[in-house]
Design a protein around this ligand. Structure first.
Ligand code: GCU
Length: 689
């Protein structure tokens, strides 16, 4: 059976609806009746399956796949070295500019034949090209415009799963794991194959299969439970996706029976080498390890008075002979630190830990850095390690799962947020050194750079709980492939492939999606201050509640003012972690952008923002507006009722209602907190509960 479920919500952007323009459909059909594929391989088999399936759905015909053309009009999928048959149709510059994973799609016509050509240097490139062609059909792009050369801008494009073997998912909001149940792999792997299809259709090429917080059962994945990994490998390799595992730094003790996990201990080093050899013996294309060390209770080299270089390099040495990568997270901070003095600042931790180590890591070590210095808040500045590190491989980490952005009950399209991060100029090597440029690896001349996203999927039928949260997964992949794409372009593609080509749906829904992050921000934590969520599960408002704020409030609100002074002049000195231009911007009140004001400065409630409103009035206004805006989302969505199937329509509608209730709660809790603290009225005299 292909796919596992025919539910339209399950199929996401691969639902291959009939085209609405019959003439265009006929044109494509003519080319796709006969497909020529002259190579074999397991990725090639996936290409064939996708073509059979999509062509049946689009045109209701059975495609005929042959290794030579049997008609005058056809589609050919062939490697660049696939023979003289089409080689004279490719220009020299096209040939040279194709990267290993890139592809070229062309429409060729001469006196004897007409064909669509998809060509690439690798099977993966052919797979990406095939999905692109299918997407063009779904989006009803005219056939004449078919002339595309694409290659991914960022080399490593990895989805991270925080799934545990018992089936639970840390920060998962869409059911249980699609991989594991009761410490076993699930029985039916078809759904996992469909997941691999979704991932490769957006160009992702790696997956971390388990949670970064590695508990005892998961440590066995690199030992007696390797068969689970092997089976998953067999699914993902067919879609060009490498697999990686999170490992526990103390594994030599937990499963190896050693007395220490000291990275400089000979026995420990030997143990890891043997483990790695064992893994590669079973999984020849294994990607490597991801490690969260010395953070939030995870073990690490600090226990042995060793550095992160000692820890990471030890594992990297074991992986290097096999071409494996060691991805080491920069999310290292002491969650018990007492921050009552003026200098201690969690935001400084990653930079303080890793900057002194720059240049000391082996070539196959990559530091994986969260987009901001804290923890996936609705608004944070860019992590200053981007722009700091000069001699270290880096991966940028985003959170697709909406831990702090509404937990997939609220609509929050995150691509605009991610775009701001990717476009941010770090000034590393002068003006124009954007984060995107850094993680492309191009300026470092290394392929060991990339982007990672924490998955937002689970075993609910539509994968993400909120149907519209599928767009975040889609958008993550698209940005990883091409960070220059706009949020608008990406959402339009997603809408067309998910809901069809209706203009009203396209217009209303894209407007809703593009405004949604900003709306969420309005009714939650203001002006970059972050948190204000309930401890533990992190849903809903609780101004002083965040669990690591035992040392007084982290937002430092009293009845005069609010915000954290992170300036060099009078605060924690965090601003000094940026290069000069950004340092200047954030250090001074008059140049600090309003949306990050309270992240960088402690100001009085009557401080005037650039729109001439006081901080307090801004808080009141945005919290009222945020609720009104959610009502606007509901109205817009209601306008689409007749264009969208009732199942998807009503499930999104229900979530929007929940969002409205939650937004009201946020508004009331935040506004009354600040009203009581300040005893300053809302200028508009609205009722504050
Ligand atoms: C957040 C999240 C944790 C997670 C951590 C991480 O703090 O709440 O559940 O383990 O990030 O990224 O490691």
């Amino acid at each position: 059976m292909f796919p596992y479920s025919n539910d339209v919500d399950y199929q996401c952007w691969l639902n291959y609806q009939r085209l609405e323009t019959p003439s265009l459909s006929d044109q494509y059909k003519e080319y796709l009746k006969n497909i020529v594929i002259n190579i074999d391989g397991y990725i090639i088999d996936s290409i064939k399956n996708e073509l059979y399936y999509s062509i049946k759905k689009f045109f209701n015909i059975e495609a005929i796949i042959t290794n030579k053309p049997i008609k005058r009009t056809f589609t050919i999928i062939s490697k660049l070295d696939g023979g003289s048959f089409f080689s004279n149709t490719i220009k020299e510059e096209e040939y040279t500019s194709l990267s290993e994973e890139g592809f070229l799609i062309k429409k060729v016509e001469n006196s004897t034949k007409k064909f669509i050509l998809i060509t690439a240097k690798s099977d993966e490139g052919l797979l990406y090209g095939t999905y692109k062609l299918i997407q063009n059909i779904q989006m009803e792009k005219p056939l004449d415009q078919l002339n595309l050369l694409e290659k991914p801008y960022i080399p490593l494009r990895i989805i991270n799963h925080w799934d545990n073997l018992d089936g639970s998912i840390e920060r998962g909001y869409a059911g249980k794991s699609i991989f594991y149940r009761n410490n076993e792999l699930v029985d039916n792997l078809d759904r996992i194959r469909d997941y691999a299809r979704l991932l490769s259709s957006i160009g992702l090429n790696g997956i971390v299969l388990n949670n970064v917080n590695v508990k005892s059962e998961e440590t066995k994945l690199i030992a007696e439970r390797i068969n689970i990994v092997e089976k998953l490998y067999d699914v993902f390799k067919r879609y060009g996706i490498k697999i990686y595992l999170s490992v526990n730094f103390a594994s030599p003790m937990i499963i190896g029976g050693l007395k220490t996990a000291d990275p400089l201990d000979k026995e420990v080093r030997k143990w890891w080498k043997e483990r790695v050899d064992f893994i590669y013996n079973r999984i020849p294309d294994f990607g490597g390890f991801l490690v969260k060390a010395d953070s939030e209770g995870q073990p690490g080299p600090f226990t042995y008075n060793r550095t992160h270089v000692d820890g990471a390099n030890m594992l990297a040495e074991a992986l290097a002979p096999h071409g494996g990568l060691l991805i080491w997270r920069a999310f290292v901070y002491n969650c018990y630190q007492d921050w009552r003095d003026n200098e201690t600042d969690r935001a400084k931790a990653a930079y303080d830990t890793f900057m002194p180590l720059d240049g000391k890591f082996l070539d196959n070590v990559i530091i994986q850095i969260k987009n901001g210095p804290m923890d996936f808040q609705v608004r944070e500045p860019v992590n200053p390690l981007f722009g700091g590190l000069q001699k270290t491989n880096q991966i940028l980490e985003f959170q697709i799962t909406q831990e702090y952005t509404g937990q997939q009950k609220h609509l929050c399209y995150l691509v605009p947020q991610w775009k701001e991060v990717l476009d941010f100029d770090t000034f590393l090597f002068g003006e124009g050194t954007s984060v995107a440029k850094i993680v492309s690896g191009s300026i470092f001349n290394s392929p060991n750079f990339g982007i990672a996203g924490i998955s937002n999927i689970g075993d609910e039928i539509n994968w993400t709980g909120h149907t519209l949260a599928q767009a975040n997964l889609y958008g993550f992949g698209r940005l990883a492939w091409d960070p220059s794409l706009s949020g608008k372009k990406i959402i339009e593609e997603w809408i067309k492939c998910t809901f069809g080509n209706n203009e009203t749906v396209l217009n209303n829904l894209s407007e809703m999606m593009l405004k949604s992050w900003n709306i969420y921000e309005k009714y939650t934590a203001p002006l970059g201050v972050g948190w204000m969520v309930n401890p533990g599960h992190h849903y809903g408002p609780n101004v002083d509640g965040y669990e690591y704020s035992r040392w007084g409030t982290y937002h430092k609100a009293d009845h005069y003012g609010i915000g954290v002074d992170r300036t060099l002049k009078s605060g924690t000195g965090y601003t000094a972690q940026y290069r000069q231009q950004n340092f200047e911007k954030y250090e001074h009140l008059d140049s600090c952008p309003d949306e990050l004001l309270l992240f960088f400065h402690h100001v009085s409630y009557i401080y005037k923002l650039s729109n001439n409103k006081t901080v307090l009035q801004h808080i009141y206004d945005t919290h009222f507006e945020g609720v009104e805006d959610v009502q606007w989302l509901i109205d817009k969505w209601q306008g689409l009722e007749r264009y969208i199937d009732s199942k998807r329509y009503s499930s999104v509608y229900q979530r929007l209602l929940e969002q409205r209730e939650s937004a009201k709660e946020w508004r009331d809790v935040i506004n009354s907190y600040f009203y009581r603290k300040t005893m300053i009225y809302d200028e508009k005299r609205r009722k504050i509960y």
